[in-house]
Ligand binder design. Structure first.
Ligand code: GLN
Length: 214
């Protein structure tokens, strides 16, 4: 059973698996809406200490933040209401926080969102188009070639966005039929698909190992 929500500020999980190997990394999952639990479980399985982030104070001491899929309008509105967008920007600019947006989370990270006006973080120099893969095939899975991974990644797309523009300094890590679905800019990641749903933890592992400093 889940511990009571009052636990709030503390970390859960982690430690055990990496005992004696290395320090567990402190990461958060933005837990306003969407499938943050799946990300949390995967990160905990990898030995990270994971905190659910709902308020700016929950960012304290974190080296990374995962923004889940869900509904980007809702995530954006709630984040703005709680002052989380400004707090995440500040922590990122202070150089302490890596941020990884998946699906709706990637939309939230983008500097520009086509056709919609909605509150968003805007940290990453990319433009996205929501629901870009058509209405007929709302959801699908595909084996994706991802730069830096040695074998294809089974990617789940659910009403996914497309990254239609990447700025200078943004590296494209994966495309689907020529359309950008994973981009990296320093310690920022935006991906159109859900990497937390298949049990393949290679991207979560890379995020912890390479992007999260502490
Ligand atoms: N279509 C959703 C949006 O635009 C994103 C879907 C998802 O996160 N799986 O916010």
């Amino acid at each position: 059973m889940e511990a009571p929500a009052q636990r709030g500020f503390s970390f859960s999980g982690g430690g055990a698996k990496l005992e004696g190997v290395s320090e567990a990394k402190n990461v958060g999952v933005l837990a306003l809406q969407g499938d943050f639990r799946e990300h949390k479980q995967m990160l905990e399985r990898l030995g990270a200490r994971v905190r659910e982030v709902r308020l700016p104070k929950h960012l304290e001491g974190l080296g990374g933040l995962v923004v889940p899929g869900g509904e980007s309008t809702t995530i954006g509105k709630l984040a703005a209401e709680f002052g989380l967008d400004a707090a995440v920007r500040e922590a990122y600019e202070a150089g302490t926080l890596a941020v990884w947006g998946t699906c709706a989370g990637a939309i939230w990270m983008a500097r520009e969102i086509l056709d919609y006006r909605q509150p968003h973080l805007g940290l990453m120099d990319i433009t996205v188009r929501r629901n870009a893969f058509g209405r007929q095939v709302d959801s699908f899975e595909v084996d994706l070639m991802v730069t830096g991974l040695d074998a294809p990644f089974r990617a789940v797309f659910i009403r996914a966005p497309e990254i239609v523009r990447v700025g200078e300094g943004v590296r494209v890590r994966a495309r689907l039929e020529g359309r950008v679905v994973f981009a990296e800019q320093g310690r920022l990641w935006a991906m159109a698909f859900h990497p937390e749903l298949t049990g393949d933890d290679r991207l979560h592992r890379e995020f912890l190992d390479r992007l999260v400093a502490s």
